[in-house]
Design a protein around this ligand. Structure first.
Ligand SMILES: *Cc1c(COP(=O)(O)O)cnc(C)c1O
Length: 431
């Protein structure tokens, strides 16, 4: 789109923001084409700097489960702004949101609010290391836990998208403390624990992997992690930054009935404002300052605007029938995509869990990161561009989840499926 306002703005952006963006996947590197520059958003729609409207399945990377500018959330924020935007002291709002979260997720006996998921995961492993007096952590290939140094080996999300398997700038001595195992492979986890018995502080896992594309846990996998950590005295950390309040109100742990020692939350709990949290067993959390010596602090932590947004968000999610209705839309979308793949003879897998889904352009079922990486990413890129041209924004990477929100209407889903059929037809047509 030469000479459009979007392309002028993005040219300007590239002269000041690194790569024109403040987070790498926004740059569309894996899919090509002009990255979007957005002026405003409402409900299921993003509107770009040229007034073009897109049905949005990124939804701020999962934070906006109610869609954009949901009226209750907006008025909570506006109302709070008049009462002050940051107090630098405890407010009743943090207490209220903390209590609401702990009621939904009973494994959280104590909680600490922070401002990003990265901060929360980083702080959670610090607490786990202090509690166990061990240094090693185990994560899974293709798992993403934010961009703290300890998590950048074989990570998902933007690193998977850009093909970065380990990041320069992470000291080798620190990188050696992070172990990786294939997701859904309990036997591999057993082997890692046998090799490093009594030395692993924690397993950190996305209970439903959503940063290598969506990969649900195989039956028994999460149970094995619980058993192995319990036996070895390691801490089990569920990174529910995406799945918390997404799969059900109580997150993946309530769905799969597993009680982790610690939980990390983010995205949804801030209602679209920068909030995350970590919490868990009282004796672990009470090691954190001011009760204990494990230091962690934040100028804007528990920010009142964000707490109000989170409270307004959770109130909507508590409505009876909220999750079944949301999941039904996602199921219709997933089913429609599977049908369209068959219709046009395009090899593909639609992995789904609740309102999360990914269409992998792969002939084989995707159960882990090595499976996800077998996808035809060039085909994904072509599909992405066709969909965008028809007004549907998918996450701009094969290795990201598509997020359905409550703002997506049945009509949005039908239009999306019509666009998907046209796009699959276009990319499968002989050249
Ligand atoms: C997004 C995400 C993070 C990081 O959160 P930020 O707020 O982007 O720092 C951590 N873990 C998971 C599972 C995520 O999806």
């Amino acid at each position: 789109m030469p000479n459009s306002r979007s392309s002028d703005l993005f040219d300007r952006a590239q002269k000041i923001l690194v790569g024109g963006v403040d987070s790498p996947v926004r740059a569309f590197r894996a899919v090509g084409g002009q990255p979007l520059v957005i002026d405003r958003a409402a409900g299921s729609r993003l509107i770009d700097a040229d007034g073009r409207e897109y049905i949005d399945y990124v939804c701020s990377w999962g934070a906006l489960i109610l869609g954009h500018a949901q009226p209750d959330v907006v008025s909570a924020i506006a109302d709070q702004a008049r009462l002050g935007t940051s107090y630098g002291m405890t407010s009743p709002l943090e207490i209220e949101l903390g209590e609401r979260i702990a009621r939904a997720i009973p494994s959280i006996e104590r909680i600490r609010f922070v401002s990003s998921g990265t901060e929360a995961t980083m702080s959670a492993i610090r607490a786990a290391r202090a509690f166990t007096k061990r240094d090693l952590i185990l994560k899974f290939e293709g798992g993403y836990h934010g961009h703290a140094d300890s998590f950048l080996a074989e990570a998902g999300s933007g690193l998977a998208t850009l093909g970065i398997s380990s990041s320069p700038g992470v000291p080798e001595a620190l990188a050696r403390l992070t172990l990786n195992a294939p997701y859904n492979d309990a036997a591999a986890v057993e082997r890692v624990f046998a090799e490093h018995a009594g030395k692993i502080a924690a397993i950190i896992v996305e209970p439903v992997a959503a940063n290598m594309g969506v990969v649900p846990p195989a039956p028994g996998f999460l149970e094995s992690l619980r058993k192995i950590t319990q036996r070895d005295g390691a801490i089990l950390i569920f990174d529910e930054v995406i799945t918390g309040f997404r799969l059900t109100y109580g997150g993946a742990q309530s769905l799969f009935k597993i009680h982790p020692d610690m939980t990390v939350l983010g995205k949804i709990i801030g209602g679209g404002l920068p909030v995350a949290a970590y919490g868990g067993r009282r004796e672990i959390m009470e090691l954190i300052a001011p009760l204990g010596p494990v230091y962690q602090a934040g100028t804007l932590s528990g920010n009142p605007l964000a707490m109000r947004a989170g409270l307004a968000m959770l109130t909507k999610l508590e409505a009876p029938g909220f999750y079944p209705e949301l999941d039904k839309k996602a199921r219709n979308l997933a089913e429609g995509l599977r049908t369209a793949l068959r219709e046009f003879g395009v090899p593909g897998q639609v992995n789904a869990s609740g309102s999360l889904l990914t269409l992998f352009f792969s002939a084989e079922p995707v159960r882990d990161y090595s499976g996800a990486k077998k996808s035809d990413t060039a085909r994904f890129a072509a599909f992405f561009r066709e969909m965008l041209a028809q007004g549907v924004l998918l996450p701009p990477s094969q290795f990201e989840a598509l997020f359905v929100s409550a703002a997506h209407t049945d009509d949005d889903i039908s239009r999306t499926l019509a666009a998907a059929r046209a796009s699959l037809k276009a990319i499968s047509a002989p050249k």
